[in-house]
Design a protein around this ligand. Structure first.
Ligand code: ASP
Length: 326
């Protein structure tokens, strides 16, 4: 086995019970996190990027993780990169890395659902599986992967499905790309990768989830605050109530990019309906679509695209580049 960089950022995987806080908080150093790995582990290069619950991450934190992961991935002396991370926002970081870090070096994001003070702490098993995937030749060229519970998921499709289960990461409708099985890293599928050369993340992107009968107030508020983009998590296949359409029209006229995703965890944003607020109307209004990315990942993609493009045409081109598969 070669050399793997392990970058730590906090999360439950780095947490231990703290009597003063009255619960687990991020306390473990990279050395403590990796102390219990079995013999035969590759040589590790350790770096602590931060030690936070992932709900405390800012967009700046996200970008810092991206920059450090990209730097390690470009190091010819490193076979793979593992990032330990809180599970709450893990899928967003993994997707950002997948979309923006070039090259063949595997990047594996992992975490744990139980802290080091809990019986059945899943941190060491997830970390060990992730290091093995990161060091494996099969993982090269697949972009960012999420490894927990011995499953290997594509960053593009994976999502946190359960607030408590150790099997929380799933790829609804697609399934895992592979598995860690005993002494084998088994990845039967290949994915075509897409990388957007990204200079920065545009922070002024809102994510709005729709509910039945909801007025368009959150979109009005977002426009008042000067957002540059907004992702609407629409109903079913991306349907938006007709009384939202004038606000959407105004947003598009003001140059705000409006992306329609779905609030459903699986399936594609598309339909053939003829009624107002369905796909056809939204397309005619100038909305972009997120066929398969969930709302939180569509927001990351829009932050990347708006941070990379210099014109509205470029935004649409970058957004749609792989619209068919995302
Ligand atoms: N609260 C944790 C976080 O930092 C949850 C976890 O890691 O599982 O996201």
């Amino acid at each position: 086995m070669g050399r793997v960089a392990v970058l730590t950022t906090g999360g439950t995987v780095a947490m231990r019970y703290d009597p003063e806080a009255g619960g687990p908080i991020p306390l473990l150093s990279p050395e403590e996190l990796t102390a219990s790995l079995p013999p035969g582990a590759p040589e590790l290069a350790l770096e602590a990027i931060c030690n936070l619950p992932s709900s405390h991450f800012t967009v700046e934190t996200l970008w810092r993780i991206r920059e450090r992961a990209a730097a390690w991935a470009a190091d010819p002396g490193v076979d793979g990169v593992v990032i330990t991370h809180g599970t709450d926002t893990l899928e967003e970081t993994a997707y950002l890395l997948d979309l923006t870090v070039p090259g063949e070096t595997p990047i594996v994001v992992t975490g744990a659902m139980r802290s080091a003070s809990d019986p059945g702490y899943d941190g060491p098993a997830n970390l060990w599986a992730s290091i093995r995937v990161a060091a494996s030749p099969q993982a090269r060229g697949l972009g960012a992967l999420v490894v927990l519970n011995d499953e290997i998921h594509a960053a593009r499709f994976v999502t946190k499905m359960d607030t408590l289960s150790t099997a929380t990461f799933q790829s609804p409708g697609w399934g895992p790309l592979g598995r860690v099985e005993g002494d084998q890293v088994y990845i039967p599928w290949r994915l075509e990768r897409e990388v957007i050369p990204c200079r920065r993340l545009e922070e002024r992107v809102a994510l709005i989830k729709l509910g039945v009968g909801m007025p368009p107030d959150p979109l009005e508020d977002a426009l008042r605050r000067g957002v540059r983009g907004v992702v609407l998590e629409g109903l079913g296949g991306g349907r938006i109530p007709p009384w939202w359409l004038p606000t959407i029209e105004r947003a598009v006229a003001e140059g705000v990019i409006v992306v329609v995703a779905s609030r459903c965890p699986g399936g594609r944003v598309w339909d053939a309906y003829g009624y107002r607020g369905a796909h056809r109307t939204l397309r005619e209004l100038g909305c972009l679509f997120s066929p398969h990315l969930n709302g939180q990942k569509a927001r990351v993609r829009l932050m990347v695209v708006l941070g990379s493009a210099d014109s509205p045409e470029e935004v649409a081109r970058l957004w749609k580049r792989r619209a068919a598969t995302e």
